[in-house]
Design a protein around this ligand. Structure first.
Ligand code: F3S
Length: 109
C-alpha cells in the first residue's frame, strides 16, 4: 500500500506535504508532486496537510482518480523528478487552480 497524489495537485503544488513526510518520499515535477510508492510507509500524516485535499491512501483513492496510482509510480521513477524535502512557495496561481477539474491535460512531465 501507499499514498497517492491526485489531480488537484496539478498547477497548485502547495508543497505543505513534504515538510511532514518522515521518509522523504515526495518527488517533484514542474507542476505536480507524486509519492514514490516504494518509499511511502503509509503513515498518512501528509493527508491533512494538503490545502488541495489531493492526497489519499491508495485504498481510499476516489474512483475517478485511480489512474493516479500508476501515474505516481511511473513519475516517481521518471527522469527529472527529484526528491523534494522542504516546503517552497506554491505555484503562482495555485489558489485560482485549486479544485478546478480536468487538470490532467495540463500535467507537465
Ligand atoms: Fe500537491 Fe497538496 Fe503537496 S497540492 S504539493 S499534494 S500539499
Amino acid at each position: 500500500m501507499t499514498h497517492v497524489v491526485t489531480e488537484n495537485c496539478i498547477k497548485c503544488k502547495f508543497t505543505d506535504c513534504v515538510d511532514v513526510c518522515p521518509v522523504d518520499c515526495f518527488r517533484e515535477g514542474p507542476n505536480m508532486l507524486v509519492i514514490d510508492p516504494d518509499e511511502c510507509i503509509d503513515c498518512a500524516v501528509c493527508i491533512p496537510e494538503c490545502p488541495a485535499n489531493a492526497i489519499f491512501a491508495e485504498e481510499d483513492t476516489p474512483a475517478d482518480q485511480l489512474h493516479f496510482i500508476k501515474l505516481n509510480a511511473e513519475l516517481a521513477m521518471a527522469d527529472g523528478w527529484k526528491s523534494i524535502t522542504k516546503r517552497k512557495p506554491a505555484l503562482p496561481d495555485a489558489d485560482a487552480w485549486n479544485n478546478k477539474p480536468g487538470k490532467l491535460a495540463d500535467l507537465i512531465r
